[in-house]
Design a protein. Sequence first.
Length: 65
Amino acid sequence: MWVPFMTVRNGLIAETWRELFAAEGLSVRVVPPVGYGERASLFDERTLYVPTGKAHVAREILRKI
């Protein structure tokens, strides 16, 4: 199961966060706004999801930077 962790302004920022979390060993899913599907552009906001029970790990990574 996945839980929403943070919402960011656009897809470019979302990919940057995803890469940072991946470098720390944390899986992240980047999801476009509901209803956009494949039509979402890189300039639409995104929500980052982390696995259930790993939100505390993501918060710790944010605290470190």
